[in-house]
Each structure stands twice: as structure tokens, then as C-alpha cells.
Design a protein around this ligand. Structure first.
Ligand code: ADP
Ligand code: MG
Length: 702
């Protein structure tokens, strides 16, 4: 085994299989894969989150409860005791005193080895137990009389691990990777010397060695907070890689040619004339940005940010008309079935006199319907295609795709954007892209997560909206809430009742909604109650939505599927059950379903008491503000960026080391150093991106 590692020591650490390391077989390899560790280089970047000081032996008399210590002594004896829990107690003694080791799980062999007179070295946390000073389940080793304490000069790292992989084992594997590194294994440092100096380190190698094996006088608090310069160096490298990746995406996209789509002079004026409202100034400004982009022969890559209800859809419709007016097709993609259907209805309604052929495609469209839709898309008869992720599928082939609209972008990560871009490639032309999000994105995030996009903001709501009045109500005041619903419905208004669940499980969510639905039906006998959730089929859903829209259903019980896009202006009351379970951005989105008409609207947050301090703080923010931007900023402070964007799952913001709430100060310098690399070390850029984003692998996936 040892031989193996010396023969490979100078190789690229990504080229060595993990099974070359001592103690790693196929089973362990699988476990490591769960930790996203695929080769020794990954081991080096698997960083400790905590450290222990095992650099010296503490005398038993000097033990302090709560500290992690190494002790050495002789076993006085051991016994199994049957207290509340059967446990094995082992007494040990050094020159200064006696302590007890307590094991709740132990084997016979283990018990037999812990016999009187043997010398033992243990590591564990000191507790105050029934027999005085105790160590619960310490790591231990029987040692010889002559055995010297290996004077470890470094702190002991504790790594994030996975089921069935013990620290000891993981540590010994990572140590082997560190040995390879020390012996000179190839690890390219992509930073110029000066950038390393900014983080007070000589090189990537030094930084990694320090983080895995800090000297005993290291600043533990900084290290454990991730704020040591060596750690910050790595975080910076990762952020830089992400930024460079997005820039590269943008450059690649801009080398593509797009069909220039000239300003439309027929359809758009006709639509605007029939619109029951006038565009806001902000909508006009944003559409003029879009209009200009479309007219060029480079693909537009524009993000529209606008708070819930700011009227993004109409901008998308205008862009669509400019596209169809030039003889190209439009794809409109929404993150959920229900939102896609909603768009389908909206587009159909607004475009009904303009001869636009609109097709719908989602995973649930099957059989002949599907074949029909695919044919219309393929032969170009469908001018506008609205759907879900299903639009990604290989079998969907557009005749002349000119524009893709992606609504509620926060659910689509960078890799989906990539796939879309490729999807649209047609006769050497790339489609334009318009991305719309209701989640306001703080500037720092914008720069890191969306560096590939131009951005326009709709910073104004349509006139005549009054802010939603938000109230917090404890669950035990439910009867009052029922009364509010009765009142609202009696005066011709409509209401939403939103059920939330902690579990991700859609099944459970739907079950919960069904239970609530039944209960409310009983409590509100004279009111027509409807139920909508994600497990209904498309027809059922659109039937229910239709009846809610026309007002025959007065109270709509829903899961969070209505989060985005649903638009019923007459609904002026919303009850959100267990709002403490949701993120602020999501709550804000939900709340945005009311307050769309001229009627004063209310949102009741029906929380489970007692609320945690944090929970209280968060709901107070909701009560205090209707400003999505402010709320997002607060959410960012409280929960970190992945959650704010709601994109944790998509992998877009999944940093291995960097943490935007902690490291946002690093972003200020990213641009300048990216520029420096592009000018002075252009060859470093691709490998740097690959190291951190495994882009190759990901490209393959989408
Ligand atoms: P969002 O930005 O959340 O997607 P929508 O596009 O769904 O918002 O618009 C919300 C509602 O506001 C819709 O009913 C839409 O018809 C209406 N609306 C959009 N623009 C205006 C406007 N300029 N004046 C009045 N109502 C508008
Ligand atoms: Mg919308």
C-alpha cells in the first residue's frame, strides 16, 4: 500500500483513484462520493469545520468540565452497571487522580481488553457524571508502558462526515492526501503571488496545509469562524471561479449570433390599445431596454427584477409580440405547472384578437395532445409555446425559436440557463433570453450569481394598489379567522387559505391541505370552498382555478403551489398557516397574490405559538414591510443567500467553501482580480473554473 502512494506522488491529484489510498475500498469510496469526494484533490478541499487540541496530555486533577482533553493512566478496573441505561464503567488513574470512562455501547471484546493494570490513552469531552469526572465514549487506545505521547504539533481537525464514516478514518484518509501534497504532488496554484500575499500566505499548498493541520498556537476562534486568512484565500478563489465562469458564459453567448428582431409596429400597438390599463413608466422603460436588445444580432441576456405584482407578464407579452412579429417563435417557461397554465390563460386572453397560435406543453400533456403540440412547435405553426421544464426535453424541437422567456428565474440555476442556451441553437442562431424574477437580488449577489446577465428593474407598482395589511395571529385564535373569512365572503370578496408543511414531501403537503379543506368546508357551510394542490392533474387544477377566477369558489385552500403567478384581483384576504415554516421571500410571494385589486387587502399569518425568538423577528419583518427588496435583504441577513434565492436545490449557489453572508466583503475585489487574471494569466482561468465548478461534468448533465 505504502509503495502505491509513493509511485503516484508526483501525479495530478485528480488522476489518482481514491482506492489507491490505504484503507479505501469500494464501500468507502461510495461513502466518500456522498461527501462529493471523488479523488485525492477533493480530500484536500474537504475542510475541517472544528478543531480539537490534542497536543498535550492533561492531568486528571486538572480536568475541566466541558473541555476536550487527552488523558493517560492505568486502568483500576471495569464494571457493567445497570442504571437507567446499561453501561460499562472503566476507572482510570494517573498520578493526580481518578476518572471514569463511560460506554453505553460496547462489545464483549472491548470489555475484556479494558482490564486492570493496562495503560490507556483517551480523548474525549469531560463531563460531570454520577461518579464524578467522566468521559463518555472517549476515543481510546491501550498503550505500552514505554509509549511516549506522540507530541502532535498541530490541532486535530474535525471534518464534516457522513453516516458510518468515523472521524478517525476520514482523518487518516485526508492525512494521506496531505502527505501526497507535502511530497510534491501536483497542485497548481492559479493565484498570482501578490494575491496570495493579500491573504498572508505563500501558496495554495501552504494555505491547505495550514487549514488541515494548524499549529497549536493558531487562532482557533478565527479558524472555527472560517475567517482565518488561509480560509479566506480559498473562499476568494471559489468566488473568483464562479465569477469567471459566469463571465465566460456571457462571452460565449455573445459570440453567438441571434436573429435581430426589429421593433414591431402592428401587433404591439394593437395590443396596447386594447389593454384595460396603461403601462407604468417602469414597464415602459424596461420594455424599451428589451426592445433594443432584441433588435441586435447578439442574443439578449436580460434579467427583469420586479416585485410581486409589478406587472412583469405584460413586458414578456410585448417581447413575445416583437418576436412573433418578426416571424420567430417564443418559448415561455415557468417553474410550475400551475404557473404555466396561468400564463397560458393570460397570454391567450390578451392575444385573442391578434392571431397568435399558442401551444401548451408540460410533463402532464401526454398522448395525442403531446404529439399535436410537438408537431405545431416543430412546423412553426405554434408562435408561442408555454410550458414547464418539459420544454427542455430533447423531443421538443422548435422551427425558428427567437426568444425564450423564463419566469420566476430563481428556480433555474446556471446550468439550466446553459442548457436552454444550447437548446435554442438553430441554424447557427441563438435565441434571445428574457429572465424574470420577483425575488429582488441584493447587489452583491447580483454580481456573483448573475454576472452573466444584464438587468432591468421594474421599480414601481401599477397605480391604485394599496399595501397589504399583515397581521400575526396565534393558532388558538382560529375562530376569529373563520369569522374574518365569513365577513369577506359576505361582502363579495374572496380568500386564499395556504397550508404549509415542514416536510418537503408533496404527498404529505397535499394530505394536510385535504384535511384542512374538509375542516373548513364544515366550518363554513354557506361558503363555496375549493381545494388545489400539486397532485391534482392539470384539468382538475385549471377547473378549480377557473371557478376561483370567476368567483364561484369563494375560499381557495391551497398548498404553496399558488406561490407564484396566480392572479385573481378580487381575492383580498389570505390566511397563511404556519408561516414560521417558510422563508420570507416565499411569504412575500404568497402575500403578493392579494392586494391586486382596488380593495384593501389583508394577510393573516396564523402561527403556531410559541414562536422562537428568530421566528418572531422574521414574522415581524413581514408585518412591518411590503417592500420585497427590504424583505429580501433581511432574509439574506438572517438565512443566507442560497435560501433567499430559493435555489439551493439547483446548485447555482452551492459553494463548497465560500459563504456569502460571511464572505461578502470579498466580493468587492473579485472584479479587479478577475480582470488581472484575464490580462496576465489567461491560461489559468479555465482550469480554475473547472476546479471549483466541475463544469465539464455539469455540462454533461443538462
Ligand atoms: P408579476 O410581476 O407579479 O408577474 P403580473 O404581471 O402578474 O405581476 O401583474 C399583476 C397584475 O397587475 C395583473 O392583473 C396585471 O394585469 C396587472 N397589471 C400589470 N400592469 C399593469 C398596469 N400598468 N396597470 C394596471 N394593472 C396592471
Ligand atoms: Mg409573474
Amino acid at each position: 500500500m505504502v509503495q502505491k502512494s509513493t509511485t503516484v506522488s508526483y501525479k495530478d491529484l485528480t488522476q489518482i483513484p481514491l482506492t489507491h489510498l490505504k484503507g479505501v475500498g469500494p464501500a468507502l469510496q461510495k461513502k466518500l462520493a456522498n461527501l462529493n469526494i471523488h479523488h485525492p484533490l477533493d480530500l484536500l478541499f474537504h475542510l475541517p469545520f472544528r478543531y480539537q487540541d490534542r497536543t498535550h496530555v492533561t492531568s486528571i486533577a486538572g480536568l475541566q468540565v466541558g473541555s476536550d482533553v487527552v488523558i493517560e493512566g492505568h486502568i483500576l478496573g471495569s464494571a457493567i452497571v445497570f442504571g437507567r441505561r446499561r453501561s460499562l464503567l472503566v476507572k482510570i488513574q494517573d498520578q493526580s487522580g481518578i476518572a471514569t470512562l463511560r460506554f453505553f455501547h460496547f462489545s464483549g471484546a472491548q470489555k475484556n481488553s479494558l482490564v486492570e493494570g493496562r495503560r490507556i490513552r483517551c480523548f474525549g469531552e469531560v463531563r460531570w457524571g454520577r461518579s464524578g469526572i467522566e468521559l463518555y465514549h472517549p476515543e481510546y487506545k491501550i498503550i505500552g508502558e514505554q509509549d511516549q505521547f506522540p507530541s502532535s504539533k498541530t490541532l486535530t481537525p474535525i471534518y464534516p462526515s457522513t453516516d458510518g464514516l468515523q472521524q478517525n478514518r476520514l482523518r487518516s484518509i485526508i492525512e494521506q492526501a496531505l502527505i501526497l501534497l507535502k511530497q510534491g504532488a501536483y497542485l497548481k496554484d492559479y493565484f498570482p503571488a501578490k494575491l496570495n500575499q493579500e491573504f498572508s500566505t505563500h501558496s495554495l499548498k501552504d494555505a491547505l496545509l495550514y487549514i488541515h493541520q494548524p499549529p497549536k498556537n493558531a487562532q482557533l476562534d478565527k479558524l472555527e469562524a472560517g475567517l482565518h486568512p488561509t480560509q479566506q484565500r480559498l473562499a476568494f478563489e471559489e468566488l473568483l471561479a464562479h465569477y469567471l465562469c459566469l463571465r465566460r458564459l456571457r462571452e460565449n453567448a455573445q459570440q453567438d449570433k441571434a436573429p435581430p428582431l426589429n421593433a414591431d409596429t402592428k401587433l404591439i400597438p394593437a395590443l396596447l390599445q386594447n389593454l384595460p390599463f396603461k403601462l407604468t413608466k417602469a414597464q415602459q422603460k424596461v420594455f424599451s431596454d428589451v426592445c433594443k436588445d432584441l433588435a441586435t444580432n447578439k442574443p439578449m441576456l436580460r434579467l427583469i427584477q420586479g416585485d410581486v405584482g409589478s406587472g412583469k407578464t405584460i413586458v414578456a407579452i410585448l417581447a413575445a409580440l416583437q418576436t412573433t412579429g418578426n416571424g420567430y417563435q417564443v418559448a415561455v417557461m415557468a417553474p410550475t405547472e400551475i404557473l404555466a397554465e396561468q400564463h397560458f390563460l393570460n397570454f391567450s386572453e390578451l392575444l385573442k384578437n391578434l392571431d397568435a397560435e399558442i401551444a401548451f406543453l408540460s410533463g402532464k400533456v401526454k398522448g395525442t395532445k403531446r404529439a399535436e403540440a410537438l408537431a405545431l412547435i416543430g412546423n412553426g405553426q405554434a408562435h408561442i409555446v408555454i410550458g414547464t421544464h418539459a420544454l427542455f426535453q430533447e423531443e421538443v424541437i422548435f422551427k425558428r425559436l427567437g426568444l425564450m422567456v423564463i419566469d420566476e428565474q430563481h428556480r433555474f440555476g446556471v446550468h439550466q440557463r446553459l442548457a436552454l442556451r444550447e437548446k435554442g441553437q438553430n441554424h447557427g442562431l441563438s435565441p434571445h433570453q428574457l429572465i424574470m424574477t420577483a425575488t429582488p437580488i441584493p447587489r452583491t449577489l447580483m454580481m456573483s450569481a448573475y454576472a452573466d446577465l444584464d438587468c432591468s428593474i421594474i421599480d414601481e407598482l401599477p397605480p391604485g394598489r394599496s399595501p397589504v395589511n399583515t397581521v400575526l395571529i396565534a393558532e388558538n385564535r382560529r375562530p376569529q379567522v373563520i369569522e374574518r373569512i365569513q365577513d369577506a365572503c359576505a361582502s363579495g370578496r374572496q380568500a386564499y387559505w395556504v397550508c404549509t408543511l415542514i416536510e418537503e414531501s408533496e404527498v404529505l403537503q397535499c394530505q394536510a391541505a385535504e384535511v384542512t379543506f374538509a375542516k373548513l368546508q364544515q366550518q363554513l357551510q354557506h361558503i363555496e370552498v375549493g381545494l388545489i394542490h400539486g397532485r391534482m392533474n392539470a384539468r382538475e387544477k385549471s377547473e378549480i382555478m377557473g371557478r376561483f377566477k370567476t368567483g364561484s369558489i369563494k375560499l381557495l385552500v391551497a398548498t404553496t403551489v399558488i406561490e407564484v403567478g396566480v392572479d385573481v384581483p378580487n381575492a383580498s384576504l389570505m390566511i397563511i398557516e404556519n408561516p414560521e415554516r417558510l422563508g420570507l421571500a416565499q411569504l412575500h410571494q404568497l402575500r403578493g397574490r392579494v392586494g391586486r385589486g382596488s380593495e384593501k387587502s389583508h394577510c393573516l399569518l396564523l402561527y403556531q405559538s410559541p414562536l422562537s425568538e428568530l421566528g418572531k423577528q422574521r414574522l415581524e419583518i413581514m408585518r412591518g414591510s411590503n417592500d420585497g427588496f427590504y424583505i429580501a435583504q433581511k432574509d439574506l441577513e438572517i438565512r443566507g443567500p442560497g435560501e433567499v434565492l430559493g435555489i439551493r436545490q439547483t446548485g447555482l449557489m452551492e459553494y463548497k467553501i465560500a459563504n456569502l453572508s460571511r464572505d461578502s466583503h470579498l466580493l468587492d475585489n473579485i472584479k479587479a482580480w478577475a480582470e488581472n487574471l484575464r490580462e496576465q494569466h489567461p491560461a489559468n482561468i479555465d482550469p480554475l473554473i473547472e476546479r471549483w465548478l466541475s463544469v465539464k461534468q455539469q455540462y454533461g448533465n443538462v
